[in-house]
Design a protein around this ligand. Structure first.
Ligand code: ADP
Ligand code: MG
Length: 256
């Protein structure tokens, strides 16, 4: 990882709701190996943009490329197999499962699902289960929450849940992970742990990140570059210090 080749390229992307242009001609790139910040006033269109990139919402027009390949409008499971992931809150129905079980749920096509395997593949299923269990425990260890492996996900604090959500991206071979306000409502200590985890995933596993966050200390600590979005498109890009000194950016924030 590293270098300047764009892993993700957004080209003149639009997403309108009726006559309202939530995303209005967004153009930018996410370079391979970066932790790119995405900031901007409330209503700038950041979450809508993520939803379009991650296949949850079709664009009104425009293109999304990954490694040069047109991935516009692909469904989330296809993007998942290409290594493009967006974290989701732990769904209610998984809250009574343990942290370990939540991680083991992630890989899509488990051997046990096919009838052939159900009849003839019992040995293989047991092997795959064991491998999955080992991987889940490694992920919990990486996240420094091994002691919570048997805890129900529903009993975790907000920050611990965010860590578990990050952990789910480690159960597959992720290339690029989109995080929408991962620090919202999380205490300082755990926010630091989340920042550290993102940095380690970037350095040790080569993950590229695009991170929406309001907390500028968090952004400054882990993100370079930072892209500022306002009124549905890119307004500025640079280091945090550069964008903080940018007149247009200051105006966009004051205007809301
Ligand atoms: P941000 O994440 O930057 O705060 P959003 O992408 O959530 O911004 O929202 C951008 C604008 O689009 C907001 O004005 C919001 O009300 C509007 N919007 C988002 N989703 C919908 C929707 N499903 N229908 C109508 N308007 C929407
Ligand atoms: Mg948002």
């Amino acid at each position: 990882p590293g270098g300047d080749s764009p892993l993700i390229r957004i080209e003149n992307l639009h997403r309108h709701f009726g006559g309202f242009r939530a995303v209005d001609g967004a153009d930018f790139e996410i370079a391979d190996g970066t932790i790119t910040g995405l900031v901007g006033p409330n209503g700038a269109g950041k979450s809508t943009l993520f939803n379009v990139i991650a296949g949850a919402l079709p664009p009104t027009s425009g293109k999304v490329f990954m490694d040069g390949e047109d991935i516009t409008g692909l469904p989330p499971h296809e993007l998942f197999h290409k290594g493009l992931l967006r974290t989701f809150q732990i769904a209610h129905e998984f809250s009574s499962m343990s942290c370990r079980e939540n991680l083991m749920m992630v890989p899509g096509q488990q051997a046990g699902e096919s009838l052939w395997n159900a009849w003839f593949g019992r040995g293989r299923i047991a092997q795959e289960e064991a491998a999955l269990l080992k991987k889940a425990d490694e992920v919990l260890d990486f996240l420094t929450i091994s002691h919570l492996k048997d805890e129900k996900a529903g009993n975790l604090s907000g920050g611990q849940k965010k860590l578990l959500e990050l952990g789910r991206t480690m159960m597959v071979d992720a290339k690029v992970v989109f995080l929408d306000e991962v620090g919202a409502g999380v205490n300082r200590t755990l926010l630091g742990t989340i920042a550290e985890t993102i940095l380690r995933l970037n350095r040790e596993r080569g993950y590229t990140f695009c991170v929406i966050e309001h907390d500028m200390d968090f952004i400054g600590r882990i993100c370079d570059p930072v892209i500022v979005m306002a009124e549905g498109r890119k307004l500025a890009q640079g280091t945090l210090d550069e964008i903080k000194a940018n007149e247009a950016v200051i105006e966009a924030y004051l205007g809301t």
